[in-house]
Design a protein. Structure first.
Length: 135
């Protein structure tokens, strides 16, 4: 079985790498993500948590596309019109949440070329005092 590693480039700052069986996932820090949001960077921020969790509180400018499985997530991304060439950043609840890595892998395996994971999740974002909705 031939495994191909995909490497996507970030538009901001230093990034970390996490290797999975299928792909190399790049990460983005809270500070770099906040700067990108504040500067109006062209990107799509996706919260992969449930709609209930998202509606309770989420990162400012995020959209909710729940991840329950790779196939349903990719279908939802396509239905939402997610552009495969736009910087896409996924996040979950906290650093122990592996769902964002699964979502990023699914995206990369389906031709999305600029995918990053914000691994700190909503919990870190809130602890740093960055903007969320509702306020």
């Amino acid at each position: 079985m031939n495994k191909t590693k995909l490497l996507v480039l970030s538009f901001v700052g230093l990034i970390g790498l996490t290797t999975t069986a299928a792909a190399t996932i790049q990460t983005i820090s809270a500070a770099d993500l906040n700067t990108a949001i504040q500067n109006g960077a062209t990107m799509k921020l996706i919260d992969v948590r449930s709609a209930t969790a998202f509606n309770s509180r989420h990162i400012f400018s995020a959209s909710n596309i729940y991840y329950s499985s790779a196939s349903t997530f990719i279908t939802a991304c396509k239905n939402a019109g997610l552009n495969k060439s736009v910087e896409t950043i996924v996040y979950g609840q906290n650093s122990a949440d592996t769902t964002p890595n699964s979502a990023a892998t699914a995206l990369m395996n389906n031709g999305y070329t600029h995918v990053l994971v914000y691994q700190g999740g909503l919990d870190e974002w809130v602890s740093l005092g960055y903007q969320t909705l509702p306020f």
